[in-house]
Design a protein around this ligand. Structure first.
Ligand code: 13P
Length: 230
């Protein structure tokens, strides 16, 4: 490692710790994280992970409440011990390209995760296609266990989010901003499902409708601003 690289290293990790803490506070402000429930992490350029510490009240999370570990979980920086779900975060990083991971006990996502016989959240709205389609409900396992980590990793295959039975949600993204957006979108979709179910039987989009929505989104470059044609 060159002198410049080693000088940049602490700067990178302190920025990442600030950013992880700010994301945790934002999720709490949005009502997706309550008390100490949930955790947030980001992968640094060199593969280390900045992750919230266990027991932190996420609404008050500061950079010192974010610790840095190696890709295999060895302590690198920070006074406090990492989240009890460290194995889940590391498992996702080792098996996907994710740059950030958000775990919440968001009210509607968690409610949907508690419904007997529901093994996925169907696609009622085309916006769910941004998360990859139907969202799996990973089978229940005790929090903080390798078993839960494996079930979550499997449930995330080709998806940006997964529900954890009787527990909550996990959303990933290429960055903290993307993972946050995905967690908010999943919560909106879970709320949509709960509200639609209260009126009658939800009507999922067909495969053909989903396919057409994806094609239209590509054609229109949906979700981006454009110059007004003159
Ligand atoms: P930690 O405080 O250890 O992050 O645990 C919170 C949680 O939500 C476990 O699933």
């Amino acid at each position: 490692m060159t002198t410049t690289e080693s000088a940049r290293e602490p700067e990178q990790s302190s920025r990442a710790r600030e950013h992880v803490a700010a994301t945790a506070r934002r999720l709490a402000a949005e009502g997706l994280l309550i008390g100490t429930a949930g955790n947030v992490s980001a992968r640094l350029d060199d593969g280390r992970i900045a992750v919230t510490v266990t027991g932190v009240v996420l609404a008050d999370c500061r950079a010192e409440d974010v610790t840095v570990v190696s890709a295999t979980g060895e302590h690198v920086d920070g006074r406090l011990a990492p989240t009890s779900e460290l194995g889940l975060h590391l498992g996702i990083y080792s098996s996907t390209q994710a740059g950030a991971v958000v775990h919440t006990h968001a009210p509607f996502s968690t409610a949907v995760s508690c419904v007997s016989g529901m093994d996925s959240l169907p696609v009622l709205h085309y916006q769910q296609l941004l998360l990859g389609g139907e969202i799996r409900v990973a089978p229940y396992a005790t929090f903080g266990t390798p078993e839960l980590a494996d079930l979550v990793v499997a449930g995330l295959r080709d998806r940006q989010a997964v529900l954890m039975a009787n527990h909550g949600s996990v959303a990933v993204g290429s960055s903290l901003a993307k993972a946050l957006d995905n967690a908010l979108l999943l919560e909106w979709l879970a709320a949509l499902y709960v509200r639609a179910s209260g009126v009658g039987a939800p009507r999922p989009l067909t495969e053909a409708q989903q396919h057409d929505a994806v094609a239209q989104a590509i054609t229109l470059e949906y979700g981006t601003t454009k110059e007004n044609p003159r």
